[in-house]
Design a protein around this ligand. Structure first.
Ligand SMILES: CC[C@H](C(=O)O)C(=O)SCCNC(=O)CCNC(=O)[C@H](O)C(C)(C)COP(=O)(O)OP(=O)(O)OC[C@H]1O[C@@H](n2cnc3c(N)ncnc32)[C@H](O)[C@@H]1OP(=O)(O)O
Ligand SMILES: [Co+2]
Length: 136
């Protein structure tokens, strides 16, 4: 089952500009910046108590973020939920009639395994599942 909102993903044109904006807005600096080449993004993470904000800038024109920006402009891109066992959650959601975009979890940012559901199946909200990768 999903346990909490792990992060809110926000598509931005420029991390440099938005890092400054969110630093002023939230009153704290980002705690990390990380590129995820497989997704064509560079991310920047802010954390206030248990709430995380993930800023995402596209690193190539084929990136989902580039397409999103082209179509919708800057704004909330996805909501990520934390799960304890992403494999079990994928199976549970399939049993509920959802079709995960990637049945095999992929490596995300911030030391996570991730999976996405299509916004068409979730009232127009791109949903991400995140499981912390535990040290083996
Ligand atoms: C993993 C690293 C990091 C992390 O947290 O660890 C990330 O979060 S990376 C985030 C970037 N990666 C992804 O978003 C992967 C999952 N996304 C996708 O596979 C695609 O973006 C997909 C399938 C959601 C849409 O791709 P498509 O090529 O179909 O794009 P279209 O522009 O044709 O969109 C089709 C349809 O969906 C609507 N749409 C697209 N993106 C979103 C969105 N983020 N939220 C809501 N709706 C979205 C788009 O408007 C189109 O609707 P239509 O009514 O047909 O115009
Ligand atoms: Co995310």
């Amino acid at each position: 089952m999903m346990t909490n909102v792990e992060h809110i993903g926000i598509a931005v044109k420029s991390l440099a500009v938005s890092n400054d904006l969110f630093t002023r807005l939230l009153g704290c600096n980002p705690y990390k910046s990380e590129a995820v080449a497989s997704e064509g993004v560079t991310t920047s993470f802010f954390k206030i108590n248990q709430t995380k904000i993930e800023l995402l800038e596209a690193t190539n024109p084929d990136s989902p973020i580039a397409k999103f920006l082209e179509k919708k402009g800057e704004g909330i891109h996805h909501i990520a939920f934390e799960v304890a066992d992403i494999y079990a959650e994928i199976e549970r959601l399939k049993g509920e009639g959802f079709t995960p975009l990637n049945e095999t979890p992929k490596r995300g940012a911030d030391n996570k395994l991730v999976c996405f559901l299509h916004p068409k199946e979730t009232n127009g909200v791109l949903v991400e599942l995140c499981q912390e990768i535990k040290p083996s």
